[in-house]
Design a protein around this ligand. Structure first.
Ligand SMILES: C[S@@+](CC[C@H](N)C(=O)[O-])C[C@H]1O[C@@H](n2cnc3c(N)ncnc32)[C@H](O)[C@@H]1O
Length: 343
């Protein structure tokens, strides 16, 4: 008798079953919790959950098959992040509800401590890069995007905002201080804050050269140290050096006065992995929606955006996020798509 192989079709019910299977395991639920606002490589997750690499890989495969996690290549490493529910697809309501429930979970203290250790390792690698390479800073910046390529866009955005005559600005990671003269002209007081003594020395030389007597310099970590709240907080090409950018936005928001503005100039997401080695970048740019989502989670409103396309294929986003004058409840992020980059 001629037996034909059964026809195995992937039915919608299989997708639902995969979702249920993926969520039926406490380690996998904790992985989803850890990925709430962060992304990690397999080795980092193995360290965080004190589980062998092959075990973690298996769990990530199950989560990926259920559409609960997605990957992104950052240099030679693959990073896992949460995947968001897809519109009307079967299971999307369950998917959203699952993530909502998972967000109510408190990760065990030892896991939180290991996540903090992973963040410290990333931050140490970034800081070591700037200690090593302060002398060749300008050449490194020019490999991708130097200040001359985005200065006018940031200034156009800055000058469209209204600040009081006695407003103060904080620039985080001023590098060699190239943007400080512009801030010094526009604000009564400016604080330049960098966690690299070598980089801060470059900024100090610039301030001395240009007699910027309303600029103070502080050797400090913008995310963990204390400094005065600002009317305007500026980060040019700094966020991609932060260990946990989503968490960083929450911390930066604490250093903004009510009604204050956060201006972020960043690379759009790219796949030129050499930037990790050559420029010490921890992240290969950011999706514009991610920045808006993280800002919303930090209780900041997403306002104007400008996009600058560079000849070398990189694209820069200049973003304005505003802290409400009075505290608000959770809101949806809104994005100005009027000047979106061509993709
Ligand atoms: C790529 S440079 C950007 C320099 C300058 N803003 C520019 O656009 O040319 C990044 C700067 O951020 C600083 N930085 C990185 N992480 C920091 C942190 N957690 N706190 C303060 N400064 C930080 C680095 O030391 C470095 O000076």
């Amino acid at each position: 008798m001629n037996m034909r192989a059964p026809f195995l079709a992937f039915e919608p019910v299989d997708a639902l079953a995969a979702l249920c299977k993926a969520s039926g395991d406490s380690l996998r639920l904790n992985i989803l919790r850890a990925l709430a606002n962060d992304s990690f490589g397999v080795l980092e997750l193995a360290q965080i959950f004190a589980t062998g690499q092959s075990g973690i890989s298996h769990h990530l495969k199950v989560l990926a098959q259920a559409g609960l996690v997605a990957t992104r290549r950052e240099g030679n490493a693959i990073f896992y992040r949460r995947a968001l529910a897809q519109g009307e697809q079967l299971g999307s309501r369950l998917h959203s509800a699952l993530l909502d429930e998972v967000d109510q979970l408190q990760l065990p203290v030892e896991i939180q401590q290991r996540i903090a250790a992973v963040h410290r390792q990333r931050a140490a690698a970034s800081q070591a890069f700037f200690t090593r390479s302060a002398a060749s800073f300008q050449a490194q910046q020019d490999l991708i995007a130097g200040l001359p390529q985005y200065r006018d866009s940031v200034l156009a955005l800055l000058d469209s905002l209204d600040f009081a005559a006695d407003a103060c600005a904080v620039e985080v990671g001023p590098g060699d201080g190239g943007f400080l003269p512009e801030l010094a002209r526009r604000f009564q007081r400016v604080l330049a804050l960098d966690n690299s003594a070598a980089m801060l020395e470059l900024a100090r030389l610039r301030c001395a050269e240009e007699c910027l007597d309303n600029v103070a310099l502080q050797l400090a970590d913008a995310l963990h140290d204390d400094y005065p709240a600002a009317d305007c907080l500026v980060l040019n090409m700094v966020l991609h050096h932060f260990a946990a950018p989503a968490e960083a936005l929450k911390q930066l928001a604490q250093h903004l006065k009510p009604g204050g503005s956060l201006l972020i100039t960043e690379l759009c997401s790219h796949n030129q992995s050499w930037a990790r080695e050559a420029c010490g970048d921890l992240w290969l740019g950011f999706e514009q929606d991610d920045l808006a989502r993280w800002a919303s989670a930090a209780e900041l409103n997403t306002c104007e955006s400008l996009y600058v396309g560079l000849r070398n294929g990189f694209q820069i986003q200049v973003r304005h996020f505003a802290k409400p004058s009075t505290p608000q409840g959770p809101r949806a992020a809104t994005i100005d798509h009027s000047q979106e980059p061509e993709r």
